[in-house]
Design a protein around this ligand. Sequence first.
Ligand SMILES: NC(=O)c1ccc[n+]([C@@H]2O[C@H](COP(=O)([O-])OP(=O)(O)OC[C@H]3O[C@@H](n4cnc5c(N)ncnc54)[C@H](OP(=O)(O)O)[C@@H]3O)[C@@H](O)[C@H]2O)c1
Length: 337
Amino acid sequence: MPASILPVVPLGTSGPSVGAQGLGCMGFSEFYGPSAPAQARETLWAALDAGVTMFDTADLYGDGENETFLGPFVRAHRERVLLATKFGIVRQPGRRTWSQVRGDRAYIRRCADASLKRLGLDTIDLYYAHRRDPAVPVEETVGAMAELVGEGKVRHLGLCEVTGPELRAAHAVHPITAVQSEWSLFSRDVEASAVPTAAELGVAFVAYSPLGRGLLTGAITDTRELSAGDTRLTMPRFTGDHARTNAALLETVHTIAAQHAATPAQIALAWLHRRSRTHGLTVVPIPGTRRPARLRENAAATAITLSEAELAVLEPLAAKVAGSRYADMSSTATARE
Ligand SMILES: NC(=O)c1ccc[n+]([C@@H]2O[C@H](COP(=O)([O-])OP(=O)(O)OC[C@H]3O[C@@H](n4cnc5c(N)ncnc54)[C@H](OP(=O)(O)O)[C@@H]3O)[C@@H](O)[C@H]2O)c1
């Protein structure tokens, strides 16, 4: 595949310029099967070569291991990398499941210091609240995050899975640079509230799971082939009849991909890039991959322009998807809208 250099876009009105696509680093540590560190490092290099600048992690991923892994790479390329990490999801000790969401000041301050230490950095470029703590007003959480900006420990603030009204309330306390929520051809709930509010406020949208956690790539033909312990085996869209229904929806994506001599993953990403124009805001998808070849494939999606006729064919897919995004949707924005 020929080398492709990503265009550069502004991360909303308060953020820096970034490569139009980021890299989701979660899979380097867990959730989607085993990862080989050497291949993961090659993927990081391929990302840098392709013009990726935003590298996305969280203290949750690998229980801190993901940040520790990324640290040396980020420090070696500090001027070229925007490091985004997150706090807020408390794990059950020794398990992948969550026990709690926290957004109180003392917890945030502890998490920021711990992330900085693991990363070996003085400053986190973009710091997200991973979920909304229902027990703490969003203004209080963002107030505590803003203190970190004042102290130079954080450059820009972000929020994940917030509703439009929550984003507006947060933005009144301190400028929010980016909202990160699930957005893809298969998951479009954000378009009802968070996206229009972000567009109005000049906040960028970082689209997580832009490939539907792999569903939209066509590479998962039988979910029984996923390795034991893969989190997707517990997700409604990947199970039983839902998996079969969703796989059948991909036919449309395959047809359009063939017209562009492209892959389904590239069409899914091209569709998201086009959302930027449709909704009037910066959209930065952060596809996750552990493989350099797929990184290059995904980067090349920015060169694909979908026609109005193709967009019209893709439009109805999300409404036909079977199964919710998570088994428990209670901490998502959808549950609060
Ligand atoms: N804020 C949040 O709550 C939240 C939640 C979930 C994720 N995230 C962030 O978003 C990032 C991306 O989301 P995600 O990893 O859940 O899902 P995704 O990007 O939609 O899909 C990742 C899956 O697709 C596969 N893949 C990637 N490119 C491919 C290609 N060209 N062809 C075939 N398969 C391909 C990957 O496998 P290989 O690795 O084998 O290529 C992986 O299994 C994460 O890494 C994380 O940083 C944030």
